[in-house]
Design a protein around this ligand. Structure first.
Ligand SMILES: [Zn+2]
Length: 372
């Protein structure tokens, strides 16, 4: 799932993105703060001040969520787990961490680091509030931020996977049973339980006239249920793939195409008549690189006549590889870690084939059809 995202830049090498849904919550929050919260808390404030403070506070909440996610990222890095990106969206943020943590203690510390940052921010804001004069803008800002960071920390500690508290719960079950898969299932089940509680509570609020609040709570429940279900699907995929190696799943005998061919000639001829999505590019000296249809699609149509396949391909030493006897599930995790959709399969120093996410999906369908 790739949504429309605004790229903000990097912090400590980690790309920071803003999902388009975030603008909605930013505007909504600024509006609620400016028109309802600040005027009722500080009746002496002018309308202009309320609006400026609403926008400023909404922006500071964004910074707070970002710091929470950076807390997770820093802990993950300390364990050598790569962090691919941080995305901020309607419900807050998510730090995309490549691969599973190496053990329950790492999982626990990465999960708890976010809420710890939120509680530290709440404490810091509360401290700052005590130095500000009552009724001043700094007082209003720090009071709200102390409250919201505390609430953010507490909400994330709800023990339902994939919330931070659910990860803490998973780490504990993992430490006790020694089985990460079972721990994930247990944490996701509890997560779904909490999701249904949210939905039920939201519906109850709605029937009692709290339409917006109730709808919001139910919406959070719906989101949590989706997230918990998808982690359970991951888990069942892992179970179904266990014992299967890359060699069984990969595409063998990749079609070869000469590198001097232009994209136009290739697109008109080979790409359409061939079944595969990956091609080995050859020169006079033999195979030199790998071409995917995705890479071809990224070349603007007006350049097709003047671009050769050798210019579009990835040279072999840039393509991440696995051996044919690697487990499929760990190959998928490797794709996640390095952020690619295919891996070169090597056996005995030779190119044996190619493993793509498409191949894995097709293999899962075959397993399903065979009823195993
Ligand atoms: Zn978190």
């Amino acid at each position: 799932m790739r949504r429309q995202q605004l790229y903000l830049g990097r912090i400590a090498g980690i790309p920071i993105g803003l999902d388009s849904s975030w603008f909605l919550i930013f505007a909504f929050l600024a509006w609620v703060l400016a028109r309802s919260y600040y005027p009722s808390e500080f009746p002496l404030w002018s309308q202009a001040l309320c609006w400026s403070m609403g926008i400023l506070t909404s922006g500071m909440l964004f910074a707070s969520v970002l710091l929470h996610e950076l807390g997770h990222a820093a802990a993950a890095r300390a364990y050598g787990i790569p962090v691919r990106r941080i995305t901020l969206f309607i419900f807050g943020g998510v730090a995309e961490i490549g691969g599973e943590p190496p053990g329950p203690l790492a999982e626990f510390l990465v999960a708890i680091a976010g809420p710890v940052v939120s509680f530290a921010l709440a404490f810091g804001c509360d401290l700052l509030k005590s130095t500000a004069g009552i009724g001043t803008p700094l007082f209003g800002l720090t009071e709200y931020l102390a409250f919201i960071n505390g609430a953010l920390g507490l909400f994330n500690l709800i023990p339902g996977y994939p919330l931070d508290g659910g990860r803490v719960f998973r780490a504990i079950v993992w430490a006790i049973t020694g089985d990460m898969g079972r721990a994930t299932t247990a944490a996701a089940t509890v997560g779904r339980g909490f999701a249904f509680l949210f939905i039920a509570f939201g519906a109850w609020e709605m029937f009692n006239g709290q339409l917006i609040d109730g709808l919001w709570i139910a919406f959070i429940g719906w989101f949590l249920n989706n997230a918990a279900s998808s982690s359970m699907r991951d888990r069942s995929m892992q179970t179904r793939l266990s014992g299967h190696t890359v060699g069984q799943v990969m595409a063998q005998g990749l079609p070869t195409v000469p590198g001097h061919l232009t994209v136009a000639a290739f697109a008109g001829d080979r790409a359409l008549s061939s079944q595969g999505r990956s091609f080995v590019i050859t020169s006079d000296r033999g195979p030199i690189g790998l071409l995917t249809l995705d890479a071809v699609a990224r070349v603007p149509a007006e350049q097709w006549e003047h671009t050769t396949l050798a210019e579009v391909m990835q040279p072999f030493d840039h393509v991440p590889g696995v051996t044919a006897d690697t487990e499929v599930w760990s190959a998928l995790q490797q794709m996640d870690r390095v952020g690619v959709n295919q891996l070169l399969v090597v056996a005995g120093g030779q190119i044996a084939g190619m493993l793509s996410r498409h191949d894995v999906l097709a293999f899962l369908r075959t397993l399903h059809d065979l009823g195993s």
